[in-house]
Write a protein that binds this ligand. Structure first.
Ligand code: G3P
Ligand code: MG
Length: 248
């Protein structure tokens, strides 16, 4: 039976400042399968790992990522807002994260955050960066911008891709195939519905963001392909318990 993969959402967001090297190191210390992160582009076209369009919520700075240079972004503290213990954490570049993750066997889900600002050239830049680390076979590229997914597939036809969406669309596995994507990444309530449908199994389904114990258990027992969770260590414990039951 299919074992559900666990992806640390924005690193281990529950107990580390999201999308920082501290969060990714924590994820890498666990016996899970993947890490999810979000990518934006700076004013000088550098790829940085942060969730929001602005630096306001997760740093001591202000402004849109697209209006700041990498040097300006590197001045910011991305840890203290979460806890004084993480003072001095920076917004990482995608390259820094690839450097950290490369020695592992982790799957890296790179979410392109280009559904508000399009960040011209982000697809080429991300693929070039991943290829320079020879990590392309360990990457799943996803986005709420499905034109961007299509563009990535045109640039790299064998790329693993996931179309991200929130709603309970009708047969999204058919739609994903139409786009050319290899999987669907869907918001938890819709995923709970799909996972119980036989025909949904024609494509890998990954769901976000699964944090409650009972939801984690539900998806693992229903053999969904993967969950994104802010609490990967807890999810690992629940999965281990279910596995032990299965082996009795
Ligand atoms: O990629 C899954 C999930 O991260 C999408 O939502 O807003 O957390 O990036 P968000
Ligand atoms: Mg994300």
């Amino acid at each position: 039976m299919k074992l559900t993969s666990i992806f640390a959402h924005r690193g281990s967001k529950g107990n580390r400042p999201e999308n920082t090297l501290a969060a990714f190191r924590e994820a890498l210390s666990l016996e899970i399968e993947g890490i999810e992160l979000d990518v934006h582009m700076t004013k000088d076209k550098q790829l940085v790992v942060i969730h929001d369009e602005t630096v306001d919520r997760t740093t001591n700075g202000k402004g849109f990522v697209k209006d700041l240079t990498l040097d300006e972004i590197k001045e910011l503290d991305a840890g203290t807002w979460f806890s004084k213990e993480y003072e001095g954490e920076k917004i990482p570049t995608l390259s820094e994260v690839l450097e950290l993750v490369k020695p592992s066997n982790f799957t890296l889900n790179i979410e392109l955050k280009n559904d508000v600002f399009l960040y011209e050239g982000i697809e080429e830049a991300v693929l070039k960066e991943v290829e320079s680390y020879s990590y392309i076979d360990n990457v799943i590229l996803s986005s709420f911008n499905h034109y961007s997914i299509r563009k990535c597939l045109d640039l790299y036809p064998t790329l693993e891709t996931g179309v991200l969406f929130m709603e309970g669309l009708y047969k999204p596995w058919e739609y994903a195939k139409y786009v050319g994507a290899t999987s669907i990444h869907v918001y938890e309530p819709a995923a709970a519905y799909y996972v119980q449908m036989q025909e949904a199994n024609s494509i890998p389904i990954r769901t976000f963001t699964v944090n409650k114990d009972e939801s984690i258990e539900f998806f693992i027992r229903n053999h969904i392909d993967a969950i994104f969770t802010d609490y990967p260590e807890k999810a690992l414990g629940i999965r281990s318990q279910i596995e032990r039951e299965g082996n009795k």
